[in-house]
Structure formats: C-alpha cells, structure tokens
Design a protein around this ligand. Structure first.
Ligand SMILES: C[S@@+](CC[C@H](N)C(=O)[O-])C[C@H]1O[C@@H](n2cnc3c(N)ncnc32)[C@H](O)[C@@H]1O
Length: 306
C-alpha cells in the first residue's frame, strides 16, 4: 500500500527537496562572511543571518525529542513506531530526524507556510540520502483541516497548537488527531506554565554566535491570550528584533487534559522537561497528580486513545 495514501485529505501543494536550491546556496548565520553590499559596506550579521537557522539552533532539539517519543512508544506498545505525522512542522527537523531512525520510518509534515517548508526541504531534507528523502512528504496545509489515518505518532511541538483560542477549535483539533491515529497511535504535545508564564518578561540565552531572546510582550488575563516574540542579537551589535511572532492562548494542564479526554484520549501522561543551559531537551520524570509549583515549567503530554 502506498503510504502517502494515509493522507485522506490535505489541501494545497506538496513540497519536496527536488528543485530546491542546495543548502550551500542558502545564507547561514555567518554564510558569506565577511559580506559587503553593493557600495562595499560591510553588512551586519543581522543582515546576513538566516532566521530559520537561528530558530532551529535556539529553540529546537529534534533529535532528543524523536528519541524520547520513540522510546515512550516502544515502552507502551512493545514495538517501534514507523509512521510520524508532524503538525505545524516548520522546517521539518522532526521529520528529518524521524526518517534517520531506520528504513521503515516515514514522516508526513504539515505547515501553512510554503517558504518555511521550502527552507526545510532545501536544508534539512537535502542533507538526507535520496532514499531517506523519499520517506518524507511535506505538505502545505492548514492543520485544523487535516484528515489522515494509521498514524503511529502525531507530534505538534513548540506550543504551536496554542493558536487555537477557544475550547471548540482546540477540541475539534484533538478529535481530528484522535481519529487520525492507528490503533496503538499516540499524540505528543508540549506545554509551558508556572507563575512566570503569567508575567511580561524578556529572557536571554547565549547560543553559539548569537543571543536568543524570548519576550512575553502582552498577556490578557481575561482570555489568557499572549503575544510572544523571538529576537536575536549578535556580537557586532546588530539585531534581528521580532524575528518570530506568536499570538496564542496559554492553556493550563487541567484544561488540556479535559479537552483531550472529551476528544477520545485517556488522561495524558505528563513528563517534565528539565531545562538545560544550552536549551537542549532533557526529558525528566513522569509527573504525579501533585507537584510543587515550578515558576517556569515545560512539559510533554503523551496521549493515548481511550
Ligand atoms: C512555533 S512554530 C513550530 C515549528 C516547529 N514545529 C517547532 O517545533 O519548532 C509554528 C509553525 O506553525 C505554522 N502554522 C501556523 N498556523 C498554522 C496552521 N493553521 N496550520 C499549519 N501550520 C500552521 C507556522 O507556519 C509555523 O511554522
């Protein structure tokens, strides 16, 4: 059976690495440095840096996430998962890591933004063997309208599903996810919270060659709608302010748990993320029903159909 037929309904264009310029033609952080403009002026790092590269190198650790999720699946089911669906996949780093796990591993990535998908195809997919590239399909599509089937693992990370602002929209998304899974399939989400999630703040973290800044710029306590930004600052004093902008609702764990169970899942298993100084992902213990409140926690939710 053609594995791609597991997409029952996905709109718009499919994007593959074929025809996308190779990685070396894309400006990376210091790509082409020292670079000058047409008047011979040195361009700043911010002018030549690549925002997608900066994103991946500051907020993602897809290899660790894929390892965690596969091990969880194996512990629950006693065999290894093969088919991944990555929602809100961005540059598809999770898909790329997934297909590296073996010749049976296949991945479907969905995102609304063609430019971001093309960057992923031109960078992350191009680094894979041609055979491995054949096991990934990237599709430009709205994740709230997807119908797929027989998915072993459905991942929606970096809080992307928080763009659903009300119970009905998020509940419908969870229901569609539940219906897309195989009999043993799991949905994996992440979430953040704690007292700091209710504050306006800016946090800096030093990355190799740049400073990553996370800003919670506004929060409406009536709706829990939050405006966040990612900024990047460089050693030559230049900056890329508001490189990424997110407007979403900060959902609490009990709200998510209720919506997931209404959608057909069992109560989700929650695993705390133990923050590392370099932003790497280290997944810690499974949460108990009671935990002391941490001012700034991040967790993964592993959801099995009831
Ligand atoms: C926070 S990024 C997440 C990227 C990646 N999954 C990660 O873990 O870092 C959110 C992504 O969701 C995409 N997006 C926003 N709304 C969407 C929608 N309705 N359907 C599909 N993708 C959407 C954006 O284009 C963006 O790439």
């Amino acid at each position: 059976m053609n594995w791609v037929s597991k997409i029952k309904h996905a709109v718009n264009d499919k994007i593959s690495a074929a025809g996308i310029p190779p990685k070396t033609d894309w400006p990376q952080l210091y790509g082409g440095w020292p670079a000058t403009d047409e008047n011979g002026r040195d361009r700043t790092i911010a002018e030549i840096a690549d925002r997608q590269w900066l994103y991946e190198n500051s907020v993602q650790d897809s290899a660790a996430e894929v390892k965690f999720v596969r091990e969880r699946f194996h512990a629950l089911r006693g065999y290894w998962p093969t088919l991944l669906r990555e929602d809100f996949c961005g540059t598809a780093t999770v898909c790329a890591e997934w297909v590296k796990t073996g010749p049976e591993s296949r991945a479907l990535g969905f995102d609304l933004d063609a430019e971001t998908l093309e960057w992923g195809a031109g960078n992350n997919l191009q680094l894979l063997s041609e055979e491995a590239q054949q096991r990934i399909m990237l599709v430009k599509a709205d994740c709230s309208e997807l119908e797929t089937s027989d998915i072993d693992v459905l991942m929606a990370l970096n809080f992307s599903y928080w763009l659903f602002m009300d119970r009905q929209k998020l509940g419908n998304y969870f229901k569609a996810c539940c219906q897309s899974l195989s009999k043993d399939g799991i949905l994996v989400l992440d979430a953040f919270g704690g007292s700091e999630a209710h504050e306006l703040l800016t946090e800096d973290r030093e990355c190799e060659g740049f400073i990553y800044q996370w800003e919670q710029a506004s929060l409406n306590p009536v709706t829990m709608e939050m405006q966040c930004y990612l900024h990047f600052n460089f050693p030559d004093g230049s900056a890329m302010p508001k490189a990424f902008s997110y407007y979403w609702r900060v959902w609490s764990l009990p709200e998510l748990s209720e919506l997931l169970t209404e959608a057909g899942f069992a109560k989700p298993k929650i695993y705390w993320h133990e923050p590392q100084d370099d932003g790497a992902v280290k997944v810690g213990r499974e949460a108990r029903d009671f935990n002391d409140p941490d001012p700034g926690w991040i967790c993964y939710l592993v959801c099995e159909a009831e």
